[in-house]
Design a protein around this ligand. Structure first.
Ligand code: DGY
Length: 420
């Protein structure tokens, strides 16, 4: 593993653009929100200073209302679509107008623990305090603008916001998006990668229609929360934010900050997140706010309930039974979509492939909940995939083949976080 540790560090150094890291130099040439958070976990294993800087750079793009964009366009690059002109957010630095899963508070909590363990807690305290205020503002923005019915969930206004861009969870809710006025455009992703690994034309039309809608509202998030044609309570983001709020509350205790508002958000989530339990399918899943319909899909995000710190014997047993069933169908856990689903595709992005970062969250949650055997299996499969195939964006759960971009930053970061 020494060789692979070195290779992983080289990928992070090579994708470092000075204070931020691109997910992949060709396909994703800017700073992405949750990519950077995971990347910091990797840097933390060999360069603590650089790990903190990654998150600090990301928050330099935070808007005044706490919103933290999913892409920061620090420099121009023609290799990506949709670029800054399409988003038209009119900000400095130029950013997108949607957010991404809020993993940063959980990562900062870990960076803090690492600093303390190295005897550097006092040196990093001012930076932790500065980041705490920014994380708090972002989480308040979620409560204000991404939970319009105050259900204690996160309502995604765009599939890209969930990070699981083409999950089948967005198929039915996406049907109400009018794509007739999207116009002509040229995708760049399919110029870099095999189209079989990417979302379809219809999905891209929907992505762009939603960008055009947000832009027409001047990226006013209150207006978007009211009229957006796509509003789905995402099980992934909802679990991730609940977990992040628990970590933020811990940070508040450590730093001597007021945690009362965070406790209100946690209590609201614990009371409300049951709305995302589908009794018919026996799983956690996303739910369309506009129709009230559960997606009914078992995805890798369904398995984040352990990471969220939820504990319910009946639901936990049902989720563990899904893992058991799925593990008999694939060689490598955790497929992004149930392999028993007719729409399962082993190389198409979030309709089958295994993602190292989701595995890290699932494995962390399972370990904390005491399900050691499955936690070790998820970690072991992740490391085996990378060791055999390389640092790909994602991997087939069936034969392990790599899909999407190679030399991928967050895959390298998870290797370092889990192997060292
Ligand atoms: C993309 O362009 O594929 C990204 O996932 C959007 O954030």
């Amino acid at each position: 593993t020494d060789r692979l540790d070195g290779a992983a560090r080289d990928i992070l150094r090579c994708n470092d653009r000075g204070g931020y890291t691109v997910p992949n130099g060709r396909v994703y040439p800017f700073q992405w929100n949750w990519d950077s958070a995971f990347v910091a976990l990797g840097f933390a294993t060999f360069d603590r200073e650089r790990a903190w800087a990654e998150i600090e750079t990301l928050f330099r793009a935070q808007w005044d209302d706490g919103f933290l964009p999913h892409i920061v366009f620090w420099q121009e690059d023609e290799g990506y679509f949709p670029g800054p002109q399409v988003w038209g957010t009119d900000r400095e630095p130029v950013t997108s107008g949607i957010t991404q899963p809020p993993v940063a508070a959980t990562v900062v909590r870990r960076l803090w623990d690492g600093a303390v363990a190295a005897g550097e807690g006092e040196a990093f305290r001012p930076r932790a305090e500065a980041l705490f205020d920014k994380l708090f503002a972002w989480h308040r923005w979620f409560a204000d603008h991404r939970d319009p019915e105050q259900r204690g969930v996160v309502v995604a206004m765009h599939p890209w916001e969930t990070g699981r861009d083409n999950s089948p969870e967005w198929d039915a809710p996406g049907e109400s998006i009018d794509v007739s006025n999207v116009g002509e455009y040229t995708r760049r992703d399919t110029g870099h990668l095999n189209a079989k690994m990417r979302p379809t034309k219809l999905e891209y039309d929907r992505y762009l229609a939603l960008v055009q809608y947000g832009r027409a509202q001047g990226w006013d998030h209150a207006k978007i929360a009211t009229g957006n044609p796509f509003k789905v309570a995402d099980v992934g983001m909802s679990m991730i934010l609940l977990r992040a709020n628990r970590d933020l509350a811990d940070l508040a205790d450590i730093l001597g900050c007021d945690r009362s508002a965070i406790d209100v958000w946690i209590a609201r989530s614990e009371a409300g997140i049951g709305w995302l339990w589908d009794e018919v399918r026996g799983t956690w899943c996303s739910r369309d706010l506009l129709t009230g319909r559960h997606s009914g899909f078992v995805t890798s995000a369904s398995l984040l309930s352990f990471y969220a710190g939820l504990s319910n014997p009946r639901k936990d047993a049902a989720m563990l039974a899904h893992i058991e069933r799925i593990s008999a169908r694939v060689q490598f856990l955790m497929p992004s979509l149930d392999p028993d689903d007719p729409g399962f595709q082993m190389v198409r992005y979030w309709r089958g492939p295994v993602w190292a970062v989701v595995n890290w969250m699932i494995g962390t949650g399972l370990a904390e909940a005491g399900h050691r055997r499955w936690a070790e299996r998820v970690r072991g499969d992740t490391l085996a995939l990378i060791a055999r195939k390389g640092f790909y964006e994602a991997f087939s759960p069936i034969d392990g083949s790599g899909s999407g971009g190679d030399d991928f930053s967050w895959t390298a970061a998870i290797w370092l976080a889990w192997s060292t």
